[in-house]
Design a protein. Sequence first.
Length: 407
Amino acid sequence: MSEIRTFDILVVGGGMIGSALALGLSRQGWQVGLVEGSDRGALVTPLPPATGVDAFEPRVSAISVASQQLLDDLGIWSSIVAGRHCPYQNMTVWDGDGTGRIHFDAAELQADALGTIVENRAIVRALFGALETSDVEVIDGVKVTGWWQDGDRRGIELADGHRLGAELVVAADGANSRLRQWVGLPTREWDYDQQAIVCTVQTAQSHRFTAWQRFSPTGPLAFLPLLTESGDEHFCSIVWSQDTEEARRLMALDGDHFVSELEAAIERELGAVVSVSRRFSFPLRQRHAKAYVAPGFALVGDAAHTIHPLAGQGANLGYGDVRALQDELSRARSRGLNPAEPLVLARYQRRRKAENLAMMAAMEGFKQLFARDELPLRWLRNTGMRWLDGLGPVKHRLAAEAMGLTR
Ligand SMILES: Cc1cc2nc3c(=O)[nH]c(=O)nc-3n(C[C@H](O)[C@H](O)[C@H](O)COP(=O)(O)OP(=O)(O)OC[C@H]3O[C@@H](n4cnc5c(N)ncnc54)[C@H](O)[C@@H]3O)c2cc1C
């Protein structure tokens, strides 16, 4: 194999996280390469105008205010919001088994919105648009098939037989990161024994710019508001996380039966479900790398951690990684340090591990609290939610956490 190109920093994986990181680091003046296994053409194809449920991409993300800020600093938030997106001003969470209900309102926080729902592909598309005119060398349509190290030199091998070298390789290759495995960073992981059913629905009533989430002992159901180009407020993306057996049963139902179970599960908060798109299901697994860095190597995004989608924080944690690694590498550059300087990577790891772990622990606590049906827990949920709902400062603190404003 011949080495064809050497970079300061090579980012592997051009998803929502890796492409943002590559763009930001290149703007700092580093020589950056980005390798993405899929074809760029597929990533930048415009989304069709939304006239029905099937026009929306099934994977969407609730982008926090902090992540919006990062994307704005990269100069791409304006192109994202020039397309389809839905800011939400309210969030209502309730216990399907009781009377507890909590309501968050952006106005109480003097904010315009609690977050924005965006189709994942729209974010990747905007990032690749910006990459086109950046100094990042984008190598797409070719998979990374290996990792090499030779003394202080390191890099990756590509499926086409080429070899690339870099001072620092950053893995943003997703939850099943092959690079993380090749480099030998172990993870702590366990199966939630749940699957998330994802699809788009049209409802009889407007979503009222509210993210709805109902908890039941078999898992949470979220209705995330979407907006068409013409301003139609009757579409939502649903994420219905259920115990695996129950999820399989729901996936096997025909359209009419699925719709009637869905209406019952959301307690008809938005009236009838008028139509539903094709359904997709994703197995849910919690993973956390025991270390985020190794000599000349770092993990970001889902390659470092995956969490339950119940609070819609996975990509937001990834953008937190991007912000921290950018900050540390910017400081390194201004001091004339190598991007793989161990102290720089250690600082990145210190900043991110604690915060990601705290969020993962909170999600786990939430999931356990709602998964159990013992009377004292049900009482705690109901009283706790009502108590919290009336407790301004604590509730505001929780909302600010979810918006990423306390980091
Ligand atoms: C049902 C569900 C709902 C969610 N909702 C939310 C939400 O509301 N808000 C939120 O913040 N998060 C949410 N998340 C989490 C969010 O989707 C992920 O955290 C995010 O997509 C991770 O992005 P990433 O770029 O790290 O990884 P990925 O999106 O997995 O990207 C990895 C990239 O690496 C490329 N790649 C992989 N292997 C190779 C290789 N060998 N060579 C070259 N390229 C490679 C892939 O092609 C891909 O483009 C949700 C997750 C699920 C499952």
